[in-house]
Every structure is written in structure tokens, then in C-alpha cells.
Design a protein around this ligand. Sequence first.
Ligand code: NAP
Length: 100
Amino acid sequence: MNIGIIGAGFIGGALARPLALLGHRITIANSRGPHTLGAVAAQTGARPATIEQAVHGQELVIVSIPQKAVPGLPKALFGGLPVELPVIDTGNYPLKANKP
Ligand SMILES: NC(=O)c1ccc[n+]([C@@H]2O[C@H](COP(=O)([O-])OP(=O)(O)OC[C@H]3O[C@@H](n4cnc5c(N)ncnc54)[C@H](OP(=O)(O)O)[C@@H]3O)[C@@H](O)[C@H]2O)c1
């Protein structure tokens, strides 16, 4: 499966390696660009990429960035993608966010 991960920190990196070992093709991005992801690529087997590449052409997208950074992602990042594309956010959203 093609899996894109936005966020290459503790959680994104921790997910990338076992998923790659399982045979999935992992594309990983951070805020500073693919040229900063050499060590992560070497440790996990993931392909360094831009956030757009980590979303487009993927069969599953994992968002693993600080919650406060989510609203700052490009508004059109997920535009034009299949509505059935699964997107998993590893953030721990507070329950109060669910109140009307
Ligand atoms: N750590 C835990 O035990 C844990 C457990 C459960 C859930 N979570 C949640 O999982 C998420 C990630 O946690 P973490 O501990 O992995 O964080 P982290 O180690 O601080 O890593 C954050 C990653 O997000 C990237 N990032 C930040 N802003 C970005 C942006 N605008 N666009 C693209 N990439 C961006 C950072 O890239 P740069 O370094 O290039 O900025 C970095 O690779 C958080 O929501 C956290 O609450 C964490």
C-alpha cells in the first residue's frame, strides 16, 4: 500500500519503519523539506518528500504533526483527492473540541 506520512518526528518516524518493514511504500514529509529527511529515510526506509507528495497518489495518509500546526497546512492540500481516501490523525484532540 502507498502510505504518506506528514510529520517525521517521534510518532511519524515510529510508524514509518514497521510499516515499511511490512512492505508498504512509505512517503514521509516534514515542515522543512525532503532534503532534511535523509536520516529518517535511512532509519525507516521511507521516501523523503514534500507534504503534497505525501498526500497525492497515496492510499492512506497519516497526519502526525503537532495539533497547533494542522490549521497551518495548505488549505488545498487534500483538494481533489478521492473522498474515500483514509486520513488518520495521530493527534490527541481534547474532548471539549467535540462539544457544540
Ligand atoms: N509523542 C507521543 O508520545 C505522542 C503520542 C500520541 C500522539 N501524539 C501526537 O502525534 C503528533 C505528532 O507527535 P510527535 O511526538 O511525533 O511530534 P514531534 O516529534 O514534535 O514531530 C513533529 C513532526 O511534525 C512536523 N511538522 C510540524 N509542523 C509541520 C507542518 N506544518 N507541515 C509538515 N510537517 C510538520 C515536524 O517537522 P519539522 O521538524 O520539519 O518541523 C516533525 O517532523 C502530535 O499531534 C502529538 O500530540 C504524540
